[in-house]
Design a protein around this ligand. Structure first.
Ligand SMILES: [Zn+2]
Length: 204
């Protein structure tokens, strides 16, 4: 799995955080989906927090990714890397799957939903990668239904109308609060207790 996004020569948390944010910009559908680097007021506290904590957050997201992989045979598992990133409000996205990078990239704005719901959003984006399409058509529905059954999530109903926002979860009021270190203690809340992989017990 490619981890070049983490490569930085600096030990300064701010610089490490800024390097990371530029790294995930290069993996977004367009770089300005991660626009906080241009926010002179917010970026210092956010970069410092990222510099200190992003590896632990990404480790939790990787646990979610592994839980999704475990729902499929090895030869059915798409090559995916996953990273947390604060996504610009103007795009209206909580997460995305970039099918054009190699491996494919899932970006999750972990500030936009409660940690217990991260797995729900990862499963949605994983279904895009598995189906190989950004759309919410039959192949996506089949992949998502398979994931839901494997992860203990209620599978989507027959009507396709709500697939773009399935599985549903509650959005947070201030997405950047998490990125400034003002969120709840996410380590206790990641929704991994019902996954098929027993190793997740170690992460709680
Ligand atoms: Zn979608």
């Amino acid at each position: 799995m490619a981890r070049d996004v983490h490569v930085t020569t600096s030990t300064d948390p701010f610089t490490r955080g800024l390097d990371y944010l530029y790294g995930v910009r290069s993996l977004a559908l367009v770089p300005d989906m991660v626009d906080v680097v241009h926010d002179m007021e917010q970026r210092r506290p956010i970069c410092v927090w990222v510099g200190h904590h992003i590896e632990a957050v990404n480790s939790a997201l990787n646990e979610c990714l592994l839980a999704c992989h475990a729902c499929f045979h090895p030869w059915e598992q798409p090559a995916i890397q996953i990273f947390a990133a604060p996504l610009a409000q103007s795009f209206g996205l909580d997460g995305l799957c970039n099918l054009k990078t190699k491996p494919m990239t899932i970006l999750i704005d972990v500030g936009r939903l409660a940690p217990k719901d991260w797995l729900l959003l990862v499963s949605h984006e994983y279904a895009h990668a598995h189906a190989g399409s950004p759309g919410h058509h039959d192949a996506f529905a089949r992949s998502l239904t398979h994931l839901c059954l494997g992860l203990g999530i209620v599978p989507p109903p027959d009507q396709a109308a709500n697939l773009p926002s399935y599985p549903d979860y509650r959005s947070t009021k201030d997405p950047l609060a998490f990125w400034r270190g003002k969120g709840d203690d996410w380590r206790l809340r990641v929704g991994l207790t019902q996954t098929p992989d027993e190793s997740h017990a170690d992460a709680i």
